[in-house]
Design a protein around this ligand. Structure first.
Ligand SMILES: Cc1cc2nc3c(=O)[nH]c(=O)nc-3n(C[C@H](O)[C@H](O)[C@H](O)COP(=O)(O)OP(=O)(O)OC[C@H]3O[C@@H](n4cnc5c(N)ncnc54)[C@H](O)[C@@H]3O)c2cc1C
Length: 460
């Protein structure tokens, strides 16, 4: 039986990053992946969605430029070419991962893995069942879309984020069930392709996990883009007649309404992939694997990282956890630190936040004051004709420590890292107000909001 110091199960951003780090630290490492390297993030998540959102941005920009006196002919688009570019982006990045694993001398097995208590990993390869043994195991098997039990749904050809990227024709209309981050990103993509988009959300607002001011702004802009947003609505049944799909939604008062559409996308959350751990007596935390701060499960030498442990369910968090698990698997003693986790929504306008949300600050009863600065008077935003947005800071009152930052607007997903650095280094509002920001830039809004918090704003 082939033996390894570390066997990683799952080749997504949690798993492949863990494998590379374990190899860098001197381990003999194997990685088992049943589908494609890169996992959900690269193949069915972050990267394909951001590629299509870039197309959406280009289409919107061309339309907008008419108002600036820049005329082109009517905008036409080829879904086939857009999807081909998306596939090319994925392939480029996937071949990069393959090279990195090769460089790290990591053995890659392509098959479904199952781990037992003795740390034997059985892998169902195309031709044979192979068993390998690991001194340590890192489980990084991620998750897949959750399909809520909606009566009639089995009879309807619905899409999830796993299948929607394979569309070959632009639908005339789509109902997106779920107004979370994934739902609103797809709504933006389809609206730019002139698809009639309806979002059905059970809660009282879209992106419930994000700041309420940011959600309010996004809702306003999505509505301007003719996206219909139905909140406090539950899908109670579905049916299909030929190609036509119908969805019955119910309001809190019990009233029902039928929506007709060509496509349905279910974006109602995700659930963990547990096939690798079925033979293990592993302690769970609800649906997810429980781990300690060293990313170790209740079984010594078996670690778990990424979406399989629940929590943030973000690619960069999966990778950060993978680095910790890898270090510990080769004998170090490292702890995960979740203090600074940037969170991004890649719609237009973008939304980005880091540190505590205002709700969290309130829950912890930390004395704080909040300040908000609108991008409507920011020079760069006006020059770009992208003034929808704001920067909001939550600052601890006694020492002025920055506790949380929320940004909405153009390019804020790139800008949030500056705030991450401030929070990581326990920076204060005075330091932020003293930072010289480039002019013109959206980043100047950080200088302005910090000044405004102190009652010394210049353009406020
Ligand atoms: C549409 C969409 C957009 C997203 N956008 C973003 C974004 O912009 N930013 C962000 O941070 N996050 C985003 N996410 C979330 C992100 O994709 C996940 O948080 C991330 O992929 C989790 O990484 P992971 O390594 O834990 O799991 P995964 O990426 O899910 O990888 C797990 C891998 O394990 C494999 N596997 C499962 N079981 C077995 C087994 N028994 N044997 C062998 N292999 C197995 C799977 O095939 C899979 O490849 C998005 C998700 C979706 C669906």
């Amino acid at each position: 039986m082939d033996k390894y110091d570390v066997i990683v199960v799952g080749g997504g951003p949690g798993g492949y990053v863990a494998a590379i780090r374990a190899a860098q630290l001197g381990g003999r490492v194997a990685l088992v992946e049943k589908n494609e390297l890169g996992g959900t993030c690269l193949n069915r998540g972050c990267i394909p969605s951001k590629t299509l959102l870039k197309h959406a941005e280009a289409i919107e920009l061309i339309e907008k430029a008419r108002g600036w006196g820049i005329e082109t002919g009517p905008v036409t688009f080829s879904l086939k070419k857009m999807m081909a570019r998306k596939n090319k982006v994925i392939e480029t990045l996937r071949s990069g991962i393959t090279s990195l694993l090769k460089k790290g001398k990591i053995t890659v097995y392509n098959g479904e893995a199952s781990v037992n208590q003795q740390k034997h990993v059985s892998i169902q390869l195309a031709e044979e069942l192979k068993v390998i043994q690991g001194e340590k195991i890192i489980v990084a098997t991620g998750g897949r879309p959750f399909l809520p039990p909606i009566p009639g749904m089995n009879e309807v050809d619905v899409h999830t984020s796993d299948t929607i990227f394979n569309l070959t024709e632009i639908p005339k209309s789509i109902v997106i069930v779920g107004g979370g981050v994934i739902g609103v990103e797809f709504a933006s993509i389809f609206a730019s392709l002139n698809t009639e988009v309806t979002i059905v959300e059970m809660g009282n607002r879209i992106i419930p996990s994000e700041d309420s001011d940011a959600a309010k702004l996004l809702q306003k802009i999505l509505k301007k883009k003719k996206i219909r947003i139905l909140v406090n609505k539950k899908v109670v049944s579905m049916s299909q007649d030929g190609e036509d799909k119908s969805i019955v939604i119910q309001s809190d008062d019990g009233k029902t309404k039928k929506l007709l559409c060509e496509e349905v996308l279910i974006a109602a959350g995700r659930k963990p992939n547990l096939s690798a751990i079925e033979k293990l007596d592993i302690r769970m935390n609800g649906l997810y694997i429980e781990v300690n701060e060293h990313m170790e499960t209740n079984l010594e030498g078996i670690y778990a990282v990424g979406d399989i442990i629940g929590g943030w369910q973000l690619a960069h968090v999966a990778s950060a956890e993978g680095l910790i698990a890898a270090a510990n698997a080769v004998g170090m003693k490292e702890r995960i630190d979740y203090k600074v986790i940037p969170r991004c929504v890649y719609t237009s306008p973008e939304i980005a936040s880091v540190g505590m949300s205002e709700e969290q600050v309130k829950e912890r009863r930390i004395p704080y004051r909040v300040e908000k600065y609108s991008l409507s008077s920011n020079g760069k935003a006006i020059a770009m004709d992208e003034t929808d947005g704001f920067v909001k800071i939550m600052v601890e009152e006694q020492y002025g420590e920055i506790l949380g930052v929320v940004m909405a607007g153009a390019h804020v997903t790139e800008m949030i890292s500056q705030s991450s650095a401030f929070i990581y280094l326990e920076g204060t509002v005075d330091e932020l107000a003293n930072m010289i920001q480039p002019h013109p830039s959206i980043s100047e809004s950080l200088f302005e909001v910090a000044g405004a918090w102190k009652g010394m704003g210049i353009h406020t």
